[in-house]
Write a protein that binds this ligand. Structure first.
Ligand SMILES: [Zn+2]
Ligand SMILES: [Zn+2]
Length: 142
């Protein structure tokens, strides 16, 4: 996407719809990860998180509470959770200051923010097949 292209319409909402986000920036990084921690945190086969610059994300309604969660590498993650439905709609990581990691499953249009990189393919379920164009890492850095 070049700077001149208009951004496709993008937003996010929680499970019950009380909290929604307006997104007016392009993602800076989109990750999927099948590490043990991500699988258990999401209760799914892998996590999928689109990071946007803080200034490009605005909360439109609803109430969030913030839960501090330990990360395997020793840093912290702050989950922003809808007080009505307990859905984590975005996370803020110590490791990525200035950006907001919107949970990919909450995006109104996940097709326009596919993962750049898929981490921990070593522990990815074998039935998850990936399309071309996604960088693969067996673990965090390899
Ligand atoms: Zn909700
Ligand atoms: Zn992970």
């Amino acid at each position: 996407m070049s700077a001149a292209d208009p951004l496709p319409e993008q937003g996010a909402r929680c499970r019950c719809g009380a909290v929604s986000l307006e997104i007016t920036a392009a993602p800076v990084q989109v990750n999927a990860c099948a590490c043990d921690s991500c699988r258990r945190a999401t209760g799914s086969a892998f996590s999928y998180t689109a990071f946007y610059p803080e200034a490009g994300v605005r909360k439109l309604g609803g109430e969030l509470r913030v839960k501090a969660l330990p990360r395997p590498e020793g840093r912290r993650e702050f989950a922003h959770v809808c007080t009505a439905c307990d859905c984590t709609i975005y996370v803020v990581l110590d490791a990525m200051p200035g950006s907001i990691g919107v949970m990919g499953g909450c995006l109104t249009n996940p097709d326009i923010a596919p993962p750049d990189t898929f981490y921990f393919t070593s522990t990815k379920p074998k039935w998850v097949e990936l399309t071309e164009g996604i960088r693969l890492r067996r673990e965090l850095m390899e």
